[in-house]
Design a protein around this ligand. Sequence first.
Ligand code: FEO
Length: 165
Amino acid sequence: MITETMQNAINQQIARELYSSNLYLAMAAYYSNINLNGFANWMRVQAQEEMVHALKFFDYMISRGAKPLITQINAPKTEWSSPFEAFQDSLEHEKLITAHINDLVNLSIKENDHASNIFLQYFVTEQVEEESTVLDIVTRMKMMENFPGGLYLIDNELKQRKFGA
Ligand code: FEO
């Protein structure tokens, strides 16, 4: 049986993943409204992936005989001052999520919970990938800052992202 401390920590992470999903959906709406449909597509797929993350934690709790708790989720920000600012925010958000995943891993060690530790390794790897992908896009957006049309080149590329790919 998973300890109550670990259950509480995982429940908080479920809320964070659901918040992440809502945040990326809000970013998708922002990009759609300024006609950057590739960026909007990328964020929409990201929102779906965050829901998958939430469900992975949800299913893990059930597999350990615990009850996942679904709580109120704070509303995300809905406006950004520029396309760059929104992507920069997503990078900062992913760094925050990485810190929380690291805290969960530390807790699993403290609680002597080997099963949770193994389960969490997936998210350790996933966060490296998420931060790296977002950083790559943010860096390229910055490089294209003074290049007219640069944003549309990236927008075209981001149209290709598909959920589950
Ligand atoms: Fe679920 Fe973007 O981390």
